[in-house]
Design a binder for this molecule. Structure first.
Ligand code: DC
Length: 235
């Protein structure tokens, strides 16, 4: 049994997935894969091409033709679209407005899910998103579903946006997050859903370090169980 497992972290918008997943991956020496960033880059590609977001066939073609990649540099995950660093461009209100529509298209998901599975093939990954434990990596050894109160999520997102120089009221942010959660949960294709075997972690009253420590503890537990389990040939 390989010593490196696959960890799936899902949850609603701004529940702390990305920060937690990135720091956990760093602590474990695992690869961090932010699938939200991939859907964001796909959305940027569509907007850049001036494609009507309601034209599903054209959107799918565009996503297929553009190259999206992720790379860690100095501990920071960067997102590239056809080689261009778009890490900042993908986190704007314009992207948030249409991303649920783009990511609801089956063809778009097919392209990105294939890439995500390929990246996780070797194990030793922490992947965050909406459908990782249910669809992308249903065999992940550890599945976590992060939740947090809407008010707390909006507060965190506001701080994040302020760092980028984007000023939105807390009410606007709450509305955007709640709307995106609804669309992401109600869509037919891999909706936001807790996997039956996922462990739920409510982060409303936790610091980032506490969140990371709890999931790190779960990882160690699983690794220990796997080490103690006799290999099939030893039985
Ligand atoms: O995690 P995030 O807020 O950066 O994700 C942005 C959007 O991408 C989210 O509203 C829905 C979509 N998404 C998805 O459909 N499936 C994923 N695995 C990850 C993100």
């Amino acid at each position: 049994m390989s010593e490196k497992i696959r960890i799936a972290i899902d949850g609603p918008a701004a529940s702390g997935k990305s920060t937690t997943a990135r720091l956990l991956a760093q602590k474990l020496g695992y690869l961090y894969i932010d699938t939200g960033a991939m859907y964001r880059a796909a959305t940027l590609a569509v907007l850049k091409a001036g494609i009507n977001v309601d034209d599903e066939a054209a959107v799918v073609r565009c996503v297929r033709e553009n190259k999206i990649s992720l790379k860690i540099s100095d501990g920071i995950l960067k997102t590239f679209l056809n080689g261009e660093d778009v890490s900042h461009l993908i986190r704007t209100p314009q992207i948030n407005k249409v991303i649920s529509k783009i990511s609801s298209y089956k063809g778009v998901r097919k392209v990105l899910i294939e890439q995500q599975r390929e990246m996780a093939k070797q194990g030793g990954v922490v992947m965050d998103g909406r459908d990782i434990g249910t669809v992308v990596l249903p065999d992940a050894e550890l599945k976590v579903f992060l939740v947090a109160g809407l008010k707390e999520r909006a507060r965190r997102r506001k701080l994040e946006l302020e760092l980028q120089g984007i000023e939105l009221s807390i009410e606007e942010i709450e509305k955007e997050i709640a709307n995106r959660d609804r669309l992401d949960s109600e869509r037919d294709e891999s909706p936001l859903q807790k996997a039956e075997d996922a462990r739920v972690l409510d982060t409303t009253n936790l610091t980032v370090d506490e969140q990371v420590d709890i999931i790190y503890g779960w990882t160690q537990e699983i690794l220990k169980t796997l080490r103690e389990k006799p290999a099939a040939g030893d039985r």
